[in-house]
Design a protein around this ligand. Structure first.
Ligand code: NAD
Length: 490
């Protein structure tokens, strides 16, 4: 059994309250670890440490190249331990091993990307009319509060920690209270490579107390949050006290638009991948499939035929294609959405049940679930379910597809399947979302900006945009002719 502690000022600590939380394997309900259940006081201490450490300059004053060298070492460590990390991710989150292996490779690559980016020139010089040299420099923001969800415990952490560290900030980080295992390993690795004490601090515990303490602290200069839109709204409110910088990566209800001229089997294949990969617990999941009416019935038949064949099971079983939901509580929430779909009159054409056969009764498994005959006001059409539940809607033409696609409060992602290149571009340009795909789904690159329109958030992760999130911009104006200005005569 793992005993997970918080990491504050270079020390591994239990919570001040002494309380622990059981960390559950969602494939079988077994306790795999006990984690310190942090308190507001723990969070406040970590924030003070991060503030003092930032002001000491021990990290922010290091030459960028030296900071980069630490980041490269962390990437190496992730790679060296990738097998163990991937297995732990599966035991904590439930995802199939293959998905966890991708996550670890992406995590190492993300550290390398930001290590490579930080020592590239990025200042700007302006020609101005005065005898002044005007230059613009980037500086770290200060103390960064980083709060992440449970669906990609390692990767979401790295998307924040790597650019924040590269830019020279200090960190107070909080994992999801239900998936702290691989984040703890990451902090162990950061200690091993010699990141100075006080630069990276990890507190654990509930969002409403520990997370909120980070969001409202006047000593935290930026909060970078990934999680649900409801929580994002609370964080935005808590952050007003000191006008914190905010980066919010929130939920989605992303449309996947399939035209009759698409390669049919390719479209079905990606539509399955779009929703059922990660058991639907992916912010960019294609949870609304929009299909042109002339191929609608054929598409639904084929999609359901294949969805029924998806192998659901424990993530460590090499045969498994889709794992359990992350927790019993989340499974109940997803099953509740399925009930609401039925009650509101949608037609269930696939799945809809918890799976308890073949030794899966102790885990939180739900069948791939498909609804048709939905109306735009139904909860299953409007709200993010974050599970293996999809609605398939019919559209008449391009304009109709765009209208349905944009009929949502969210704007994270969207996809179009067609063999007509001009149509693809016409439609995707009209989809109000930050991440879009044509004839593909879920591609994510360290180089490309990640983030949403509308209530899917504000700011962008990854790429140069992701580094910018963790930097302030300063103008420096240097007088080249040092004489009195003479504005006042006497
Ligand atoms: P959540 O919002 O419940 O929790 C996320 C984190 O916020 C957790 O660490 C939690 O402890 C903390 N938290 C909760 N209440 C808080 C508060 N009042 N103040 C401060 N922190 C608080 O989300 P979740 O259920 O863990 O994750 C699922 C959500 O994450 C989905 O909505 C999904 O779309 C979203 N997500 C978005 C992206 C993206 O890139 N846009 C990526 C992954 C997940």
């Amino acid at each position: 059994m793992l005993d997970l502690k918080m990491y504050i000022n270079g020390e591994w600590r239990d919570s001040r309250s002494g309380e622990k939380r059981d960390i559950i394997n969602p494939a079988n309900g077994e306790v795999i670890a006990q984690a310190a259940e942090g308190t507001v006081e723990d969070a406040k201490e970590a924030i003070q440490v991060a503030k003092d450490t930032f002001e000491s300059g021990v990290w922010s004053d290091l030459p960028a190249e030296e900071r980069a060298s630490y980041l490269y070492k962390i990437a190496d460590k992730i790679e060296e331990n990738a097998e163990e990390l991937a297995r732990l991710e599966v035991m904590d989150n439930g995802k199939p091993l293959r998905e966890a292996e991708f996550d670890m490779a992406d995590a190492a690559a993300c550290f390398r990307y930001y290590a490579g980016l930080i020592n590239k020139p990025e200042g700007v010089t302006y020609q101005v009319s005065d005898p002044v040299q005007s230059i613009v420099v980037k500086e770290p923001i200060g103390v960064c509060g980083l709060i992440v969800p449970w669906n990609y415990p390692m990767l979401m952490t790295v998307w924040k920690v790597a650019p924040a560290l590269a830019a020279g900030n200090t960190i107070v980080y909080k994992p999801s209270e239900i998936t702290p295992v691989t984040p703890t390993k990451l902090f162990e690795m950061m200690e091993e490579v010699g990141i100075p004490k006080g630069v990276v601090n990890m507190v654990m515990g509930p969002g409403a107390t520990v997370g909120n303490a980070i969001a409202e602290s006047h000593d935290v200069d930026l909060v970078s949050f990934t999680g649900g839109t409801v929580t994002g709204r609370k964080i935005m409110q808590a952050a007003t006290g000191n006008i914190k910088k905010l980066s919010l990566e929130l939920g989605g209800k992303s449309p996947n638009i399939i035209f009759a001229d698409a390669d049919f089997e390719v479209a079905v294949d990606y539509a399955l991948f779009g929703i059922f990969c990660g058991t639907g617990q992916v912010c960019a999941a294609g949870s609304r499939i929009l299909v042109e009416e002339s191929i609608y019935d054929k598409f639904v038949d084929r999609f359901v035929e294949r969805a029924k064949k998806i192998k659901v099971g424990p993530g460590l079983d090499p045969e498994t294609e889709m794992g359990p939901l992350v927790s019993e509580q989340h499974m109940e929430k997803v099953l509740g959405y399925i009930e609401s779909g039925k009650e509101e009159g949608a037609k269930l054409v696939c799945g809809g049940n918890r799976i308890t056969e073949n030794g899966l009764d102790k885990g939180y498994f739900v069948e791939p679930t498909v609804f048709v005959d939905v109306t735009p006001d139904m909860k299953i059409v409007r709200e993010e379910i974050f599970g293996p539940v999809v609605v398939i809607q019919k559209f008449k033409d391009e304009q109709d597809a765009i209208r349905i696609a944009n009929d949502t409060d969210y704007g994270l992602a969207g996809a179009v399947f067609t063999q007509d290149g001009a149509k693809a571009l016409r439609v995707i340009k009209k989809v109000r979302a930050g991440i879009t795909w044509v004839n593909t789904f879920h591609n994510t690159y360290n180089e490309a900006p990640w983030g949403g329109y509308k209530q899917s958030g504000t700011g962008r992760a990854l790429g140069t945009w992701g580094l910018d999130t963790y930097q302030e911009t300063k103008q420096i104006n240097i007088n080249l002719e040092v004489e009195p200005i003479g504005w006042f005569k006497n």
